[in-house]
Design a protein around this ligand. Structure first.
Ligand SMILES: Nc1ncnc2c1ncn2[C@@H]1O[C@H](COP(=O)(O)OP(=O)(O)O)[C@@H](O)[C@H]1O
Ligand SMILES: [Mg+2]
Length: 126
């Protein structure tokens, strides 16, 4: 996932990267058999890092094609600047959303919300 590779790319040795997954909503769509239930779930992924961060101006150019930010220590790191615009596009086509909060020098938090179908076993309901 591009969000994770960015988090790795734009942090240094002693940074911390956190990935949180939260189920926001869930709805049973089909009882497949005794062991399997099909569900529709709304997932929230948070990808947080304590890396180089992004400036206010950078945030407004973030999701643009080839938008590599020419700032601070995020310069000179390899990449095309396409990852985020492609990710955002795909997630929005799935009916989801992407948001970002960041402070230069402190770190970045990307939040992705989308719905997906999945299959769960009875322990999910315990
Ligand atoms: N977690 C992050 N921390 C700091 N800057 C980031 C982070 N994620 C993305 N960026 C900035 O956004 C730009 C665009 O990201 P992306 O579209 O994935 O392109 P790429 O990874 O190819 O550079 C990056 O070049 C970088 O400047
Ligand atoms: Mg990338």
């Amino acid at each position: 996932m591009n969000f994770l590779s960015n988090a790795l790319k734009f942090t240094d040795k002693h940074s911390r990267i956190t990935v949180l997954v939260k189920v926001l909503e869930s709805q049973v769509t089909k009882e497949i058999d005794a062991e399997n239930t099909e569900m529709y779930i709304s997932l929230q992924l948070s990808i947080l890092d304590t890396g180089v961060g992004i400036s206010q101006e950078g945030l407004s150019n973030l999701f643009i094609d080839f938008g590599k930010l020419e700032e601070g220590s995020s310069r000179n790191r390899q990449g095309t600047g396409l990852g985020l615009s492609i990710c955002k596009n795909i997630i929005e086509r799935m009916g989801g959303s992407v948001s970002v909060k960041s402070t230069l020098g402190k770190g970045t938090e990307f939040k992705v919300i989308f719905k997906t179908k999945c299959r769960v076993t009875p322990d999910y309901f315990e």
